[in-house]
Design a protein around this ligand. Structure first.
Ligand SMILES: Nc1nc2c(ncn2[C@@H]2O[C@H](COP(=O)(O)OP(=O)(O)O)[C@@H](O)[C@H]2O)c(=O)[nH]1
Ligand SMILES: [Mg+2]
Length: 257
C-alpha cells in the first residue's frame, strides 16, 4: 500500500550537497548536482521512486527570493507521505551552527508537529563538507549526546530531537563535481537504514509560512548570541559550555562518524 512506502526526504539549502547525497544513496546520477552560480539546481521538488523507496530532494528555506517556492516543495514532499526518513543536510560556518540552516529545521519540524505528525526522535541531521577542524571540534571535543543536545537547544525544539547526527568531512573528490557519488556511499546508506521513520499519511498538508522565516531566524540568532555571550562571560571553552547549556542528558542512538 502506498502509505507504507519508505520515503527519504532530504532538506537543505542550495549547495550543501543534497543531490550528491541522494545520488550516493541510490547509487546513480538521478538528481542533478553540481555547481550553480545563482541559485540551487533544485528549485522545486524532485521526487523519484527507485526499488520501492521514494527519494525527495527539496530546497532549504534560505533567505533568497525563492523561499516561497522552497516552502511549496517541502509541503509537496510531505503531501506524498509514507514512512518518512527525514534528513536535514547543512554546513557549518567556522565550526558554528548557522542560524539560516537551523531556521529551516525548526520551521519544518514545527510544521509537521502542528499537523499532528509525531516527530519525536525520528529524524537525522548531517553536517556536510566539514573542515578537519570543524569535524574535530564536534566529534573529539564533545560527546555525541552533547552535540545532539546543543543542536536541539540552539534550534529551540520541543518534543523533537535528532535520532542520528553525522559529521561528514569535505571530500576533495567531490569538489566542484557534477553528478558525483560520495566515496563513503555505504556509510550513507547505513545511516539511512538506521534512521527511524516518521509516519505521514499521504495527503497530509503542512503549513510552511515563508513570511515566518525571518522571525524564526531572529529568535534563533538571539539565542545563539545569548549562549555565546554567556560562554564568553564564564570564560569557558566550548566543550565545558556544552554540558552547561545542554544539560548533558544522554541521547540514545545518536552516532558519530
Ligand atoms: N568538496 C566537497 N564537495 C561536495 C561534497 N558534497 C557535495 N559536493 C559538491 O558540492 C556541489 C553541490 O552539490 P549538490 O549535491 O548539487 O548540492 P545541492 O544544491 O544541495 O543539491 C557539487 O559540485 C558537489 O560535487 C563534499 O562532501 N565535499
Ligand atoms: Mg540539488
Amino acid at each position: 500500500m502506498a502509505e507504507h512506502t519508505t520515503h527519504v526526504i532530504v532538506v537543505g539549502d542550495p549547495g550543501v550537497g543534497k543531490s550528491t547525497f541522494l545520488n550516493s544513496l541510490v547509487g546513480a546520477a538521478t538528481f542533478q548536482s553540481g555547481l550553480s552560480a545563482v541559485q540551487g539546481l533544485t528549485k522545486e521538488l524532485q521526487s523519484v521512486v527507485i526499488n520501492g523507496t521514494r527519494y525527495s530532494d527539496t530546497p532549504g528555506l534560505d533567505d533568497t527570493r525563492l523561499k516561497k517556492q522552497a516552502a511549496a516543495a517541502i509541503v509537496e514532499a510531505v503531501r506524498l507521505g509514507g514512512e518518512v526518513k527525514l534528513v536535514f543536510l547543512l554546513k557549518m560556518e567556522a565550526g558554528r551552527l548557522c542560524p539560516k540552516h537551523l531556521t529551516t529545521i525548526k520551521i519544518v519540524l514545527d510544521a509537521l508537529q502542528n499537523a499532528e505528525i509525531a516527530v519525536d526522535e525520528s529524524f537525522g541531521v548531517v553536517f556536510n563538507k566539514l573542515t578537519p577542524g570543524e569535524k574535530n571540534l564536534w566529534t573529539s571535543k564533545m560527546s555525541t549526546a552533547d552535540a545532539v543536545n546543543l543542536l536541539t537547544e540552539e534550534i529551540g525544539l520541543t518534543n523533537a530531537k535528532p535520532q542520528l547526527i553525522r559529521f561528514l568531512p569535505n571530500e576533495p573528490a567531490l569538489e566542484d563535481a557534477d553528478n558525483g557519488v560520495h566515496p563513503e556511499r555505504q556509510a550513507l546508506v547505513g545511516f539511512i537504514d538506521e534512521l527511524k521513520c516518521i509516519t505521514v499519511p499521504p495527503g497530509t498538508t503542512i503549513e510552511v509560512d515563508a513570511t515566518s522565516i525571518p522571525v524564526v531566524q531572529k529568535e534563533i540568532e538571539a539565542r545563539l548570541t545569548a549562549h555565546r555571550r554567556k560562554r564568553d562571560i564564564l570564560g569557558e571553552v566550548l566543550v565545558g559550555a556544552v554540558g552547561a547549556f545542554a544539560g548533558g542528558a544522554a541521547a540514545t542512538g545518536a552516532l558519530l562518524m
